[in-house]
Unconditional design. Structure first.
Length: 129
């Protein structure tokens, strides 16, 4: 069974960090594909020195057009394709929608469907002008 350090994303800044259990005085581990989803979405394509093709192009979408949610979803689908190819997930669903209450915000939901039947969600957002 694959084990990773659990990651958490700050919903306001988008910063990614390890999850630490203060009571147990140890890092939290996970056996799902959430880390794969987080890293694939949150790392901009071309910025990881060890794998320049790794990451997502969705942050290149800057303008708040009618097609922006579709362009964002496409960038994320391309970035996460490797997770399905590696067998970590059977399928990955990406939903991107303009926020009705906050103009210029695109809400993003990524769901990895694992072979063991678990759905592993990751949500974030992108601001567009």
């Amino acid at each position: 069974m694959l084990r990773d350090f659990a990651l958490a994303v700050d919903p306001l800044t988008g910063e990614v960090d390890f999850v630490y259990d203060e009571v147990a005085k140890d890092f939290v581990f996970t056996d799902d594909c959430r880390n794969n989803l987080i890293l694939s979405v949150m790392i901009a394509k071309g910025t990881y020195w060890a794998a320049p093709d790794f990451g997502s192009t969705h942050r290149e979408v800057k303008k708040n057009t009618e097609n922006a949610p579709n362009e964002i979803a496409t960038g994320i689908k391309e970035a996460t394709r490797w997770i399905v190819a590696s067998g970590r997930c059977l399928d990955i669903e990406v939903n991107a929608e303009a926020d009705e209450n906050e103009p210029g915000r695109i809400n993003i939901e990524v769901i990895g469907r694992q072979a063991d039947g678990r759905d592993v969600p990751f949500t974030t957002f992108l601001r567009v002008i």
